[in-house]
Design a protein around this ligand. Structure first.
Ligand code: G
Ligand code: G
Ligand code: MN
Ligand code: NA
Length: 255
């Protein structure tokens, strides 16, 4: 209960920050997108992982307010990046299942934030996970359509870890698939994983969607994935999630 109160405080004082992890464009050889990841450093308890505070924010009804504040923060940061000349960058922002499923069916609350900052919705990707579809809501299709028709992109995150993942590709219009890092851990040594990944890359491309392979930590993984024609990769090989000052220096040195 103490933690819930501290979280409420941190949200209202804008103490939840964003770290950005570069998503690399293998064709153009530059950063294409930045994944925004929430970070909370408590003055007594130190760094608290989103794995802990996102569920707490959900239980205590704070997730929507927090999500909107983080989106506004991402907008301010993108404005600044654009002013510095990085005008091609997109920001990819995570949304929990509850957060997504309680958004207005017309997406208004998030779209309003983008409009207030006078930013093109096409600069924003919302990352959702397969569990969104397990709730039995009917409105999520409407939300996805509303956000996409406004110009935003929808990514399916941690792809391949959920139940009947391929079925969701059939049923829901999506722009981007992020293949879960468990699929690359044993690449390229593991024959079965290599073939699975190869097949997934083909499926996603043939469906006309963008593909990001996550969790790239070693050169040999990156080499294999590039050889399969995958456009976007993300992982510690390129960079861990970066605080703003570190992001600035990363971008200066990598474009
Ligand atoms: O960055 P890290 O590995 O600590 O993230 C852990 C998990 O928390 C990931 O699954 C990520 O998607 C989730 N997460 C990080 N930031 C946010 C956020 O701003 N909103 C939501 N809903 N989830 C987030
Ligand atoms: O669930 P989601 O994909 O949003 O989780 C993102 C989390 O994955 C981030 O917290 C980030 O720290 C972590 N991450 C990013 N790149 C790598 C990587 O190369 N290896 C591992 N183990 N974790 C990573
Ligand atoms: Mn993610
Ligand atoms: Na993921």
């Amino acid at each position: 209960e103490r933690m819930q109160k501290e979280l409420m405080d941190a949200i209202s004082k804008n103490e939840i920050e964003l770290a950005y992890q570069p998503i690399w464009d293998n064709r153009l050889g530059r950063v294409a997108k930045l994944e925004a990841l929430a970070r909370w450093t408590h003055r007594e308890w130190g760094v608290i992982s989103p794995v802990e505070f996102i569920p707490l924010a959900e239980q205590s009804g704070l997730i929507q307010a927090m999500g909107e504040k983080l989106l506004a923060r991402a907008c301010q940061d993108l404005k600044q990046l654009q002013a510095m000349g990085y005008d091609w960058l997109q920001i990819s922002i995570n949304r929990s299942t509850l957060e997504f499923n309680t958004l207005n069916p017309d997406g208004r609350d998030w779209l309003d934030v983008l409009h207030q900052h006078e930013l093109a919705p096409s600069s924003f990707i919302f990352e959702i996970t397969e569990s969104i579809f397990m709730e039995g809501h009917e409105d999520h299709l409407q939300r996805i359509r509303a956000l996409r028709s406004a110009g935003c992109l929808i990514a399916i995150d941690d792809f391949g870890t959920g139940f009947s993942a391929l079925n969701y590709l059939r049923l829901y219009p999506m722009d981007l698939v992020k293949i879960d890092r468990s699929f690359v851990q044993q690449i390229p040594g593991h024959t079965q994983d290599r073939l699975l990944l190869k097949g997934l890359i083909d499926i996603v491309h043939n469906l006309g969607m963008q593909l990001v392979v996550e969790g790239i930590e070693r050169e040999e993984q990156q080499a294999f994935i590039c050889s399969q024609g995958c456009a976007y990769t993300q992982g510690f090989l390129f960079s861990k999630p970066l605080a703003w000052a570190d992001l600035m220096s990363y971008l200066r040195h990598h474009h």
